[in-house]
Ligand binder design. Structure first.
Ligand SMILES: *Cc1c(COP(=O)(O)O)cnc(C)c1O
Length: 496
């Protein structure tokens, strides 16, 4: 263990300080604070010098992995590079100092940002109106389903309580439907990994509120039958919901609105460049077609008679989904990203993300099992190693276990790459889901491909190299069960 891997409390030395407080100019003594609010004993704080603090935080920051550190091909998460200009825009004083309860006349600029990005996203997706109130993708799904339910309720159509969800869907889809009080009906995928239209037909009835689809789906495949699916679902009176968390490959190429979708959400913190992971602030704006605009949650931004912008609360709104109008900082980053690229360059986002994914897929398919070989969109799935190094006896019984997907993922960390998404989607047992995004150079992709080949060779020769990995990270494999069930997330005196 390196000296500065110690906890800051372990570096503490009685009486050492790195600061001195100025003289309190406002009150005579701390006695002026109500006694109920005062500590009875001094806080237990580490006593360290300035340089100890600087080294502590600098070293901590280097124990983490982020898009700014290296390649991060985490499937279904779109870990693209986030240009720093977005951070600059989001931290402009005029934006940062706003309060959500300020009178509309003093926040016209901010309201203009909402209506500007609404126009941009409508053009990109083919929807008519957007709400920015939802604070994450799953929150957007719930909002979209509330809009769907509200639409049916307003028409007095009370029987529609079921939502169709494909078996390949992201786990948040059925969860959102359940939270919205709707019953989930599963439609199966066919051998090509697409929604099985013959399985869908018998599920349609006047009890169906709608279908939730992801296109390209979670296997990275484009649902080619989408036009037929749309007309079947519309034919039974249902609506089409589009999970646009992974809109990246379609940006500038195709629009959910043109495919027949009525409601959709986007993850601004994926496709539209906001740093994410670790549960930071997100944004899941929901777009709707013209006929559902009245059902958007309140408030929405609307022009007044004099042309100024205000927050409006319509009587048909499906309700409120957040205290104010979402995470403004994330919305600013996304708007700055869209304006920075402009219409023409946005068209490359989808194309390059698809090219990069297919490049990796084709380069590695002799080393990793490729269950679905067709052209993919922004991501694809391997099903473990072709040769996992398992040793079998003459009868074919395994006498030494081979390397698994988990082992490959852990070994990648030793080579400085973040692991892909593993064991999702659950259609395969050894899923390795790779999404490179458009923001990587071909040299970075080549370096990743070479490393994946080296790991495959290591597995074939001696799977134990992989099973002990990672060997070079600050910690190796934690006990994941204990970490999940009994996490120790803060310093405790007794631990040291
Ligand atoms: C990430 C993701 C979601 C959920 O988004 P959150 O912001 O994590 O709630 C939903 N669907 C798909 C397909 C996703 O990739």
């Amino acid at each position: 263990m390196k000296y500065y891997d110690k906890l800051i409390f372990e570096l503490s030395k009685e009486g050492r300080t790195g600061f001195s407080l100025g003289k309190n100019e406002w009150t005579e003594t701390s006695d002026s604070l109500p006694s109920a609010l005062r500590r009875s004993e001094p806080a237990v704080l580490p006593q360290v010098s300035e340089v100890d603090v600087v080294r502590h935080y600098t070293n901590l920051s280097q124990m983490n992995f982020g898009v700014d550190t290296g390649f991060y091909p985490l499937g279904s998460c779109t870990m693209k590079y986030n240009p720093k200009i977005n951070e600059e825009i989001a931290s402009m004083k005029g934006f940062q100092g706003l309060h959500p309860l300020q009178p509309a006349s003093t926040v016209q600029g901010a309201l203009e940002v909402y209506s500007g990005i609404e126009k941009a996203l409508s053009a990109i997706t083919g929807m008519s109106r957007f709400t920015f109130n939802p604070c994450a993708g799953a929150h957007g799904e719930l909002t979209g389903l509330m809009i769907m339910r509200q639409h049916h309720l307003l028409r007095g159509d009370l029987k529609r309580t079921k939502v169709i969800v494909p078996d390949s869907a992201h786990g948040t889809n059925p969860a959102s439907a359940a939270v919205c009080g709707l019953q989930v009906v599963v439609v199966k995928s066919n051998a090509d990994g697409l929604v099985d239209v013959s399985d869908l037909k018998p599920l349609l009835s006047d009890e169906i509120a709608g279908i939730m689809m992801t296109n390209p789906n979670t296997l990275g495949l484009f649902e080619k039958e989408i036009k037929e699916i749309a007309s079947l679902v519309h034919g039974c009176g249902g609506l089409l919901y589009y999970d646009g968390a992974n809109m990246n490959p379609l940006i500038g190429v195709a629009r959910p609105g043109d495919m027949g979708f009525d409601i959709m959400h986007l993850n601004l913190h994926k496709s539209f460049s906001t740093p994410h992971g670790g549960g930071g602030p997100g944004s899941g704006p929901v777009g709707v077609c013209e006929k559902l605009a009245n059902c958007l949650p309140a408030p929405v931004v609307a022009p007044e008679e004099d042309g100024s912008l205000a927050q409006a609360f319509g009587k048909d709104a499906c309700g409120r989904v957040s205290g104010f109008m979402g995470n403004f900082g994330v919305i600013l980053r996304a708007y700055s990203y869209i304006l920075m690229l402009g219409r023409q360059n946005l068209g490359f986002v989808g194309r390059y993300s698809v090219l990069a994914a297919n490049y990796i897929k084709e380069s590695l398919k002799e080393w990793y099992k490729l269950p679905i070989a067709s052209v993919c969109k922004h991501e694809f799935v391997f099903d473990g190693l072709v040769n996992d190094g398992a040793v079998k006896d003459a009868e074919g019984n395994v006498v030494k276990e081979g390397a698994t997907t988990l082992d490959v993922a852990k070994r990648l960390l030793d080579y400085g790459f973040h692991a892909p998404t593993i064991y999702f989607p659950m259609l395969f047992h050894q899923s390795i889901m790779i999404e490179p995004t458009e923001s990587e150079s071909v040299e970075t992709l080549d370096a990743f491909i070479e490393t994946m080949k080296v790991i495959a060779q290591e597995a074939a020769q001696d799977p134990d190299i992989l099973k002990g990995a990672p060997h070079c990270t600050p910690i190796s494999r934690p006990d994941e069960t204990t970490a999940a069930r009994n996490p120790l997330l803060k310093w405790q005196d007794s631990v040291c």
